[in-house]
Each structure stands twice: as C-alpha cells, then as structure tokens.
Design a protein around this ligand. Structure first.
Ligand code: E4P
Length: 215
C-alpha cells in the first residue's frame, strides 16, 4: 500500500517528503481554505515537491463548470489528478475528462455502488471516506474492504484511496483491507513513527554507548 499526505500545507509536504515515505498528495477545498496563498500557486509548489499524483478538487457543481475547472487544474502540472464528487453531473464530467487523458479521483464515496459508478465512468481513483463513516457509527474500514474486493473481482482499472483517516490505527487496518493507497493527515503520519519502546530503546542504546566512551 502506498501513502499519500492529505494536506494543502506546503511546509508539511516538504517535511513529509524529506522522510521518503509519501508518493502523492490529496487536497480538498476545506484543506485549501486553511492556507493563505492562491490555490494554483500552492498546487504548483506541491507539484514541485512531490513527483506523484496530486489531487485537486473542483468546486463547480454543474457539468460545464466541472469540465472547465478540471481542464484548468490539469493544465497546472502533468501530475495533477482532478477530484470530483460522486454525483450524476460529476460522473458525466469524469467520463468527458478521463477520455481526454486527465486522471480523476472520485471523492466523497460512502458506498460500493458509488465506487462502482465512479470506476465505470472512468475514474482512476476512488476515495472512500472511512473516518466520516466511523463518525456516524458505521465501520469505515469494511467499506474500504468491500470496494477493493469489488474492484478486484471485476478487474476494474481503478485504485482505492482510503481517505478521511483520523488516527494511526486506521492505517494498518486499511492496508490489511487491501487499499492501494492511504491518504493521511500530517499528524497521523507523525504518530505512525511513534512507539514508547522505540524511544526507550534509543535512550538505552545511547546511554550504554556513552558509558563505554567514559562520558
Ligand atoms: C481525502 O481525499 C480527503 O481530503 C480527506 O481525507 C477528508 O478527511 P476528513 O473527513 O478528515 O475531512
């Protein structure tokens, strides 16, 4: 399973990229709204930092607007993947722009049906939002597993991005459910490194080494 970072913050992206573990970025309008700079400028900076799929979302809700925005976003850099919500006008737009060679990440997916429709329309990625399902008392990881099974069973050309990840334990769970990618907030990526026995182990190794050096 690959890891993407879910953020529009270029400093977080630079730091995470320096750790060598992420190979793509997802953004959304809420994440973009937290930043002060113009979004196209941010998108260009992100593409300069990470050489992999960079998802940027349309905000138009009509077919013509989505197609226009998708072409504009895809024009920013060859790695831009256009994010489109799963809705009838959205999937119509997916059909048009994927036929032009623009990759699409269909977002706000909460059911296997929505994922199937997205893949059939030509989406390269589908993003089930597990945290938001957990928030309303469902088990998001089960949806991820069902979508992966459906895609594999029918040999659909679409990758599953486990999105809306809220805590580090979500990551191994979606990896075992077969997600192709997990997109994680910066805080979760930092938490993934952490284990108290690692900290204790490092401290012990260093203190033993210092004793040997007579320090
Ligand atoms: C993914 O593509 C979305 O940007 C993101 O994971 C949404 O996460 P949230 O439910 O924590 O807002």
């Amino acid at each position: 399973m690959k890891l993407y970072l879910d953020t529009a913050n270029v400093e977080e992206i630079k730091t995470a990229a320096s750790w060598g573990v992420i190979c793509g970025i997802t953004t959304n309008p809420s994440l973009a709204a937290k930043e002060t700079e113009n979004f196209n400028k941010i998108l260009t900076s992100i593409c300069n930092e990470v050489d992999g799929p960079i998802s940027a979302e349309v905000t138009s809700m009509d077919y013509e607007g989505m197609v226009r925005e998708a072409r504009e976003l895809a024009g920013v850099h060859k790695n831009v993947v256009v994010k489109i919500p799963v809705m009838p006008e959205g999937l119509r737009a997916v059909k048009t722009i994927s036929a032009e060679g623009i990759r699409v990440n269909v977002t706000l997916v909460f059911s296997v049906n929505q994922a199937l429709l997205a893949a059939l329309a030509g989406a390269s990625f589908v993003s089930p939002f597990l945290g938001r399902l957990d928030d309303i008392g469902h088990t998001g990881v089960e949806l991820v597993r069902d979508i992966v099974d459906m895609i594999d069973l029918h040999d659909l050309d679409c990758q599953v991005i486990a999105a809306s990840i809220r805590h580090p334990e979500h990551v191994p769970r979606v990896a075992l459910a077969g997600a192709h990618i997990a997109t994680v907030p910066f805080k979760v990526l930092e938490q993934m490194f952490k284990h108290p026995l690692t900290d204790i182990g490092i401290e012990k190794f260093l203190s033993d080494w210092k004793k040997k050096q007579g320090k």
